[in-house]
Design a protein around this ligand. Structure first.
Ligand code: RNT
Ligand code: ZN
Length: 418
């Protein structure tokens, strides 16, 4: 027996004594896909025009060498990341990442067939795909407004883009046999105090109703909407606030997207999950990490990450929550950023699956809050790492820091030559 197996056997005994079935937890974990966001691979630039900088109140800082410049490079980088992450996972694509064989297309030129290479690649590797209209980084978004613009021409342009994006999503979902979650996020907002908070929200509501007017088969495409508190340059007012989209998703029965970095700094999304799922059919999570003004740091194993995964598991919501990631760090190796962030999300999910749920619930119902506190704290010291290592080995991915050696090799052989 290897050291990893020995440690695993001992860990299994410890968890077993609490009534936790470790093998069942790992089997369940293996069935949960995480949607990796393509945009970590090139700092949210896309393939329309590399000269067109990132706008929309989001920003990637750093100039670590080796970012992907083409769809072929991006897929190669993703393949590398997926090979270091246990399990089978999805890809979250933005519209600006269509693959038109290098031809320059503008925003509303993208059609479903421009994503066929992504679809073929996904089929080969068993990845589902999710999608996003790109309502930023474009001259018609320079005013800071898209779907909520006071200019009808601008509004119509973005309505059309969002409509096509849903069709692309449905095309992808149909081809892959797994529904594509198409998530609408827009940057619209004001830097300084608005005189009218109402009109832009009324316009956004009308635009969204137009975007979603055509019914699409939910087996192919699921519509999601994402709120935000503020962005760079939209510090005072964001049209698509939490209340706006919560109301929208509830009244239209859409998927609500909660981004962990889009709320007040001390506000957490973990506590929202069980509330909103009483009223919306499904959730999309953008698992991220806010640090001061930035909402998109690489996901680390924080208390909040663990709380999010605990909520999903404790509430038995795995079938109603789509777990996606959303961070972009251009100051470190981008393949490492994906790998570290995704492995952390999966680690936190495994920790949640290893909870002695029945016992904790029982204590709570009996009013034994002392016991609940004691057990929750004891769990933090259990040999969780031994189970994680064994899971990685079982899934044929590097155990522990060994993934970093692989990334360093890839950097030398591939990234350094870009
Ligand atoms: C921006 C939103 C949104 C984006 C992506 C690139 O604050 O979080 O999800 O990060 O669309
Ligand atoms: Zn997001």
């Amino acid at each position: 027996m290897s050291k990893i197996e020995q440690a695993y056997e001992l860990a299994k005994e410890r968890y077993g004594a609490l009534g936790v079935d470790v093998d069942a937890a790992m089997a369940k974990l293996a069935g949960v896909p995480i949607s990796l966001h393509c945009w970590q691979g090139d700092d949210v630039i896309g393939f329309e025009d590399p000269e067109r900088g990132l706008s929309g109140g989001i920003m990637a800082t750093g100039n670590y060498p080796g970012k992907a410049r083409t769809a072929v490079e991006l897929r190669a980088d993703l393949d590398k990341a997926y090979s270091l992450i246990p399990g089978t996972h999805r890809l979250n694509l933005h519209a600006i990442y269509g693959d038109a064989d290098g031809a320059k297309l503008d925003r509303n030129d993208w059609q479903p067939h421009h994503f066929d290479k992504w679809i073929a690649w996904a089929k080969e590797n068993n990845h589902g795909i999710d999608f996003n209209p790109t309502c930023f980084s474009h001259p018609l978004a320079d005013s800071g407004f898209t779907l909520a613009s006071s200019d009808k021409g601008v509004r119509d342009f973005w309505i059309e883009h969002c409509r096509i994006s849903r069709e692309i999503g449905a095309h992808i979902g149909k081809q892959l046999g797994t529904a594509c979650v198409t998530n609408v996020w827009i940057p619209d907002g004001y830097k300084d105090t608005p005189a009218d908070r109402t009109a832009p929200r009324q316009r956004l509501l009308e635009s969204l109703d137009q975007v979603f007017a055509k019914e699409l088969d939910p087996a192919h495409n699921l519509d999601a909407v994402e709120c935000k508190l503020f962005g760079l340059g939209s510090e005072s007012y964001v049209v698509g606030s939490h209340e706006f989209y919560m109301g929208y998703a509830m009244s239209r029965q859409k998927v609500l997207c909660l981004d962990a970095g889009h709320f007040h700094p001390t506000e957490t999304i973990s506590d929202k999950i069980s509330s909103v799922l009483l009223y919306v059919p499904e959730l999309l999570l953008h698992v991220s990490r806010g640090v001061r003004w930035d909402s998109d740091h690489v996901v680390t194993l924080t208390d909040e990450l663990q709380a999010i995964m605990q909520e999903i598991v404790r509430g038995d919501y795995l079938s109603r929550v789509h777990i996606g990631l959303d961070f972009f760090d251009a100051s470190i190796n981008r393949v490492a950023a994906w790998t570290i962030g995704t492995r952390n999300a999966i680690r936190a999910l495994l920790m949640a699956l290893l909870e002695p749920a029945a016992q904790l619930r029982e204590m709570e119902l009996m009013g034994d809050f002392t016991g609940r506190l004691a057990l929750l704290e004891e769990l933090k010291g259990l040999p969780f790492g031994a189970v994680w290592d064994y899971y990685c080995q079982q899934q044929n991915v590097p155990v522990g820091m060994a993934y970093l050696g692989e990334i360093r090799g890839y950097e030398k052989q591939v990234l350094a030559h870009r």
